[in-house]
Every structure is written in structure tokens, then in C-alpha cells.
Write a protein that binds this ligand. Structure first.
Ligand SMILES: [Zn+2]
Length: 89
């Protein structure tokens, strides 16, 4: 009956907002991404060939931001006002 064991293992409300083809969760760092592209971009290959995740500060430095649902976006949607998400130093 469409068992979703992966949801039961995680109480994060963002789990309910995941979509199979778009929004995704990184099992390595636990961050959520609004697009497969974003997920792919946050991964990189380290000097020893290991697959690594970029840190949050690294993502922010690249202009990424969390949308209202807590998913990382790589760029702002034109005409979409997302205010109050500025970094607090
Ligand atoms: Zn990651």
C-alpha cells in the first residue's frame, strides 16, 4: 500500500514536502534541496576522490538560500518575494 518507511524514520516536517522528481534530501548532510540541480551542485569530489557535501556557509556564500519550506534554492524566483531570510551575523 505504498509503504513509505523512509518517512517514518524521520520526523522532519520537510519530509512530507519531498517530491520524487524534484525536491530531495541529502542523506549525507541532512539538508533539503528544492531541486535535483541544487542537490547535485552541493555535492563535489574531494581531493581524495570522496564525494563530499558543501557546508551551509559555503552554500550561502554562493547566494543560495532557504525557501519558506526550508529547502535550499540556488537562485531566486523572479517575482517571488522572499523577505526576512537575510543572514544574521
Ligand atoms: Zn549533502
Amino acid at each position: 500500500m505504498g509503504s513509505t518507511n523512509w518517512q517514518e524514520q524521520n520526523a522532519d516536517p520537510r519530509m512530507d514536502k519531498l517530491t520524487p522528481d524534484k525536491r530531495c534530501l541529502c542523506r549525507e548532510c541532512g539538508e533539503f534541496f528544492n531541486s535535483v540541480k541544487g542537490f547535485t551542485l552541493h555535492r563535489y569530489t574531494g581531493a581524495d576522490g570522496a564525494r563530499l557535501c558543501r557546508t551551509i556557509s559555503d552554500l550561502e556564500g554562493r547566494g543560495w538560500f532557504l525557501d519558506k519550506d526550508g529547502f535550499w534554492r540556488t537562485e531566486r524566483m523572479p517575482g517571488t518575494a522572499i523577505s526576512g531570510r537575510r543572514r544574521h551575523e
